[in-house]
Design a protein around this ligand. Structure first.
Ligand code: PMP
Length: 407
């Protein structure tokens, strides 16, 4: 047992003490979005109430204060992921926009007909569809790393797929359906051996695994603020300066230019080249506050708590008869996907909701993975830094009731 200030932490999240359907809320949908602590809400409130002004534009005091707070958030994000420079940290609306940015800009700059991109069969739609759109625009070819029965990647097949036509590998760090922690270090090393850059979808990893982009040596790393106890509508694309410098911008407008004329427009330096228009600076500042919040508890401490909780949840859920788990690879964390024999996931989710228990049911934006396992969807319980063993017990009791109701 670790000494974890769970009660104080839970008090930071007022939503956790609200009832749902007359029962205490048990929030196990952290894979979809995490809740936001007072500290983050207050940081954003402070912007609106005290310093709100458009950034990078004015000579006046408020604009300067707001710019400073926004750039400070970028510094925090750079430190959080271990980037070599703040120039490598681009604010986006989230993981989806970050991946689309790379698909557009990297695609337009470096990719052409019959170039190959490797993704995996466990990707979220946001790491599939942008490449399919690029396929239509540029005629690239998508190669897919298969998934083994236990929910791990077929690494042998990955090595077979790598070839001189490969121009990019884009894989998830942690599966949002299976909880699998992918061997991204090995993937990056193998790709780099033949000079192929690697994009990591870090949407699920950023809040559960230590991430150091320089240690990983990944070329791009994408994640969302709202899965890291921050606000919605903000995310980060980390990109190595050498790629970002060469990539063409993907959206045009204010902020991303150096000078504009009808004869010739030149672009701003990094990271502004990729930040057209007024960014969501309030959310960016909120994300910085979320990173402070996680840092104050201590990432290692959070990981320890979550690992213990995950193990407890898996043991307890395994004791229920008729459970079928999806994702049993040795290296996994943060969430558990399952089906109960004879019960549709939607029915189970609806009944659990009546008991105040929030889980996600469905295909989790990973339909190709559902096809791989020949199922329409799963029930997914995903954990966060504020969840407790008592809540896991409530889920187990809830599932036993669901089974009784379906007789
Ligand atoms: N990738 C993965 C692995 C995810 O889990 C998600 C969110 N469910 C995304 C990408 C997309 O994130 P967002 O909707 O915040 O852009």
């Amino acid at each position: 047992m670790i000494n974890y200030p769970i009660e104080a932490i839970r008090r930071d999240f007022p939503i956790l003490s609200r009832p749902v359907n007359g029962r205490p809320l048990v929030y196990f949908d952290n894979g979809a979005t995490t809740q936001t602590p007072n500290q983050v809400v207050k940081a954003m409130e402070k912007v609106y109430l005290e310093i709100n002004s458009n950034i990078h534009r004015g000579v006046h005091t408020l604009s300067n204060l707001c710019t400073e707070a926004f750039e400070n958030a970028r510094k925090k994000a750079a430190k959080y992921v271990g980037a070599a420079s703040e120039k490598e940290v681009i604010f986006t609306r989230g993981t989806t926009e970050a991946i689309n940015l790379v698909a557009h800009s990297f695609g337009e700059t470096f990719l052409g007909k019959d170039d190959e991109i490797i993704i995996s069969a466990m990707e979220h739609h946001s790491n599939i569809v942008p490449w399919q759109l690029l396929q239509k625009r540029a005629g690239i070819i998508l190669r897919i790393i298969p998934v083994n029965d236990d929910g791990s990647l077929d690494m042998e097949e990955f090595h077979n797929l790598l070839n001189p036509k490969t121009k990019l590998v884009a894989v998830t760090h942690l599966s949002n359906v299976l909880g699998t922690i992918n061997p991204v270090e090995k993937i990056i090393e193998a790709a780099h051996n033949i000079n192929v850059p690697v994009l990591i979808d870090g949407a699920q990893a950023i809040q559960h695994l230590p991430v150091d982009v320089q240690k990983l040596d990944c070329d791009f790393y994408a994640f969302s603020g709202h899965k890291l106890y921050g606000p919605t509508g903000i995310g980060i694309l980390y990109g190595k300066e050498k790629w970002l410098n060469e990539m063409v911008p993907w959206q045009g407008g204010g902020e991303m230019i150096q000078s504009v004329s009808f004869e010739k427009t030149t672009f701003n330096e990094l990271p502004y080249k990729f930040e057209a228009g007024t960014p969501d600076y309030v959310a960016a500042i909120g994300l910085g506050a979320a990173m402070d919040y996680v840092g104050a508890i201590g990432f290692d401490t959070i990981c320890e708590h979550e690992t213990e909780l995950f193990q407890y949840a898996f043991d307890r859920l395994s004791s229920i008869e008729g459970m079928q788990f999806y994702g049993t690879a040795e290296k996994r964390t943060s969430l558990i996907s399952f089906l109960i024999k004879g019960i549709h996931p939607f029915d189970a989710g609806t009944l659990l909701d009546k008991m105040g228990i929030a889980v996600r049911t469905g295909h989790h934006c990973a339909q190709p993975l559902m096809d791989r396992f020949n199922i329409p969807g799963t029930i997914r319980a995903s954990f966060g830094l504020y969840n407790t063993k008592q809540e896991v017990d409530a889920l187990v009791d809830g599932l036993i009731k669901v089974k009784q109701l379906f007789g």
